[in-house]
Design a protein around this ligand. Structure first.
Ligand SMILES: NC(=O)c1ccc[n+]([C@@H]2O[C@H](COP(=O)([O-])OP(=O)(O)OC[C@H]3O[C@@H](n4cnc5c(N)ncnc54)[C@H](O)[C@@H]3O)[C@@H](O)[C@H]2O)c1
Length: 441
């Protein structure tokens, strides 16, 4: 099939590349000409395991193309995906102006019957707005071209995006016509070889499914973090409690690891947007609001532990940071706990030495740009030299079995604050370290 994907970020680039991998002819479009220029030179603007090899292979096979021109891309396309960003607006709602700008451009440039698929995460009712926007442009051109608007939320996880897209748990598609349903089923058939994963439903339910899924996962995280905080107060060990409850099949082990709170491009904005959607429709989403409140506080729990150990004023102290990305396997720092912890330590006068395998450029250029007192070093052990304590904030594999002897030699005092999910904990007290974790006194 000929496909256009508009928006070549984490979701658009991965989706487009995976569709190309299945033999489709895909053109990825982006408004960012620097990004498109880089992609045309074989430079991948984001880090995602396995993506670079797959992009290069499909460009070489002439299955994958990049352009800034929507009209050119749409010339032979049967299906166009909208995968642009829907960032948090000032009032907490999802900002869909990029989606509607793309819809307008589609209406102005489409040349044959088209299925317009919304893959961006968008509030319920957005498909109707996309439809009206395209129709308005067609009417202005006196065009009677037919089109369908479909909702197809994306569930991939950054860091495992290729694997998730190639072997999805489910493919949710919100459709209004059998024509669109059949085409979407055909497109996704190669991703459903082991069993039928295609779930067709009405458009609004599909749009809502994405928010419900993310809100459920965020709820599990905040629930467990709250349990971990109570564990600390009562002298229980949250990790043992996790194992105790996870063994119940109705609860399960996934997403119940206590840690420094959820970050990333999706959970924070989607949880906030869902409370906003509910409010706009006359409902107060109390539980989902609380999920966000718990998470905001959780991001600072490690900083509070540091203050309890070293005092309110951290002037003259240096903290070594292992991990900046919001999770391992990505360079994405959007809403990463590291941003909040580092800013709080710096606000209290501390110096920071930081290392992350992939996210240092993002930190320097964007998320910690302008924050004073941070030095970035190129090896995890360089972080420790003359540092008063080590603070772990991302679960990168290379931090799992470090050289504790080396750590003891380098650190000024053998103190570790571990903000990672609890399955990554160290057994270091016997080695003479002071070790502080979330969910354990
Ligand atoms: N990142 C994830 O893990 C993930 C997972 C599931 C769903 N989503 C959702 O998918 C959507 C995209 O997320 P992302 O992380 O890929 O965002 P991103 O910021 O990485 O990429 C968005 C891209 O869209 C481009 N863009 C913006 N306006 C445009 C326009 N008018 N025309 C053409 N291109 C335009 C930007 O330049 C950018 O390259 C969001 O709605 C997000 O919530 C993201």
């Amino acid at each position: 099939m000929n496909i256009t994907v508009i928006g070549s970020g984490y979701v658009g680039l991965v989706s487009g590349t995976c569709f190309a991998e299945m033999g489709n002819h895909v053109t990825c479009v982006d408004i960012d000409s620097v990004k498109i220029e880089k992609l045309n030179q074989g430079i991948i603007p984001i880090f995602e395991p396995g993506l670079e090899t797959m992009v290069i292979k499909n460009v070489k096979n002439k299955n994958l193309f990049f352009t800034t021109k929507i009209g050119e891309a749409l010339q032979n396309s049967e299906i166009v995906f909208i995968a642009v960003g829907t960032p948090m607006g000032d009032d907490g709602s999802a900002d869909i102006q990029n989606v509607l700008a793309v819809a307008k451009a589609i209406g102005q440039t489409m040349q044959q019957r088209l299925i317009v698929v919304d893959k961006s995460t968008v509030p319920v009712g957005t498909a109707d707005k996309v439809k009206a926007t395209i129709q308005k442009e067609l009417d202005a051109l006196n065009s009677d071209l037919q089109f369908d608007v479909v909702s197809n939320p994306e569930f991939l996880k950054e860091g495992a995006a290729i694997a998730d897209f190639m072997k999805p748990d489910r493919i949710v598609v919100g459709v209004e016509s059998d024509y669109a349903k059949d085409k979407m089923r055909q497109l996704y058939h190669p991703f459903c070889m082991s069993r039928d994963k295609f779930i067709a439903m009405d458009v609004r339910s599909s749009e809502m499914t994405k928010y419900a899924a993310n809100a459920m996962l965020a709820t599990k995280i905040s629930f467990m973090n709250e349990i971990a905080n109570i564990c600390e107060k009562v002298g229980a060990d949250a990790n043992q409690v996790r194992i105790g409850i996870g063994s119940d099949q109705r609860i399960g082990y996934n997403f119940i690891y206590p840690g420094a709170g959820y970050g990333g491009s999706c959970f924070p904005k989607d949880v906030k947007a869902l409370t906003k959607i509910a409010k706009e429709n006359g409902y107060t989403a109390q539980l989902i609001t609380a999920v966000e409140v718990v998470n905001d506080a959780q991001k600072l729990v490690i900083a509070q532990k540091i203050v309890s150990r070293f005092g309110e004023n951290l002037t003259g102290l240096t903290f070594g940071i292992w991990g900046l990305a919001f999770k391992p396997g990505t360079d994405d720092m959007r809403e990463a706990p590291a941003i909040y912890v580092i800013k709080e330590l710096v606000r209290r006068g501390a110096m920071i030495k930081a290392y992350d395998p992939k996210a240092m450029l993002e930190a320097k250029e964007h998320y910690l740009n302008g924050v004073q007192n941070i030095t970035y070093v190129t090896s995890m052990y360089d972080v420790l030299k003359d540092s008063d304590a080590l603070v772990l904030l991302t679960e990168w594999k290379e931090f799992r079995s470090p050289d504790f002897e080396e750590m003891k030699m380098q650190l000024k005092t053998s103190v570790i604050f571990d903000g990672r999910n609890q399955y990554n904990t160290f057994d270091v007290e016997a080695k003479g370290f002071e070790y502080y974790q979330i969910g354990k006194k």
